[in-house]
Every structure is written in C-alpha cells, then in structure tokens.
Ligand binder design. Sequence first.
Ligand code: ZN
Ligand code: ZN
Length: 258
Amino acid sequence: MSLVDSHCHLDSPEFDPDREAVIERALEAGVEQMVAIGTGTGPPDLEAGIRLADKYPPFYATVGIHPHDAAKAAPADLERLTGLLQHPKVIAVGEIGLDYHYDFSPRDVQHSIFIEQMAIAAAAKKPIVIHTREAWEDTLALIEQYWKPNGLSGIMHCFSGGPLEAQRALDLGFYLSFGGIVTFPKAVEVHSAARQAPRDRILVETDAPYLAPVPKRGKRNEPALMIHTARRLAGLRGEPYDDLCRATTENFRRLLLN
Ligand SMILES: [Zn+2]
Ligand SMILES: [Zn+2]
C-alpha cells in the first residue's frame, strides 16, 4: 500500500547521521512520497525543503516562515518567498500560522507575518500548511478574513483539535492532517475529530523528527513509522487500512499536485 507523508522535517540535524537510510526505510514501508517542510532554522534560510527535494526524487517541498521565526523575517525574506514558489517541486506555503504555546515571536509579529504569507500564497495560487498551537480562535479568524475569500484550500497540520475545530476548518475548505497524536490513548478529542472527518478531506503525516506514534512514542520519529498512525486512523474510522491509504494518497494528489 502506498502512503504519502504530507509533513516532515528531514532536514533536521537529527537525521544527519543516517538520512539516506531513513528515506530507504520510508520507501520500504510504502511511504512513496514525502513533503519536506521548508521552514528549517528560519530566515534568512528559506531553502531547507528545496534542498531535499532537489536531491531526492520522493520529496516535494514547501517554503515558508514558521510562527516561531516570525520575528526574524525581514521584508527581503518575504519577497524571496514569491520567487521560490516557482520551483517545480514547491507545492505549498508552510508551515505558517500562530504558536501561543511558546510565543517565541511576539503575537502581533506572528499575525503580520502569517497574513503576509497568506497573500503571497494566494497570489501564487498555492495552498497553505497551517501550524496552530493554543491559538485556534485567532488562527481561524485570520484564515476566515484573509484566506477564505480566495477560495483556495489548505492543510491543518498535525491536527490537535476536537470536533468543533475540525468542523470550522472543514467549513473553511481545509484538509485535516493527522499525525502521531492520533495514536495517543488520551487524545480523545482528536479521536472524535478523526472519526467525523469526511474521507475526502483527511491526510496523514509524521512531523518527523517530532511526535512519534505509539509504539515509538518519545523516540525520534521518521516517515516509515507513519504506518502506525495510518493503522490507528483506519481503526478509529472503521475503514480498511488499504482504503485509508488510498483515500489519503488521492487527497494529497488532488490538493497539492494539480
Ligand atoms: Zn508544526
Ligand atoms: Zn512541522
């Protein structure tokens, strides 16, 4: 069965010792394509994802400035994003959004960098990959105001909300991407959202090296481990594993490759 990891950080130094073995294991596990999220260590480097996509055929890439790095972004970095979106393997802008858990950048700066990147993505007609942590209300409000009118779609990466947040994201035309959290026994709200989400609006991801699924929880995550997440998601939804794989791969292609 083939799967797509719609969100991973294989540029992370944690993969420096064995990156090619990690990619090999992914392919052996059936993870045929991976999206290298391009946020890296933040501006001025915007090419962390592109470097992987240029080197390894199974990768697509995103470009974007993470909310953690919003305070590091200069006007020239935002200008460069537009050019990088022309790269043939860059399929989305992300991960962008708001993170009030760490507040590494001031909230007003997070807001303005998020809004500016939505405008850049809209001009290029590319979907956006959203990171939101302890910031659902503001994230959804900004998407509603600045993104929804253009009719384009996006991804709620590593979906961590419950049925209410899921419904609001779905109403905005977004896809829900489920990661390792869905395998955690106490994540009952996420489980409810996973059961209720329409089949044509779900994706799977690792967010590797973070958030490894059970039974590898707490270890370094990698794309090959996504089979545990996909199995759990299929189980929650009462769907055959093969159907879940097929649906999420089709969803990925419909949203990101056309
Ligand atoms: Zn994230
Ligand atoms: Zn991420």
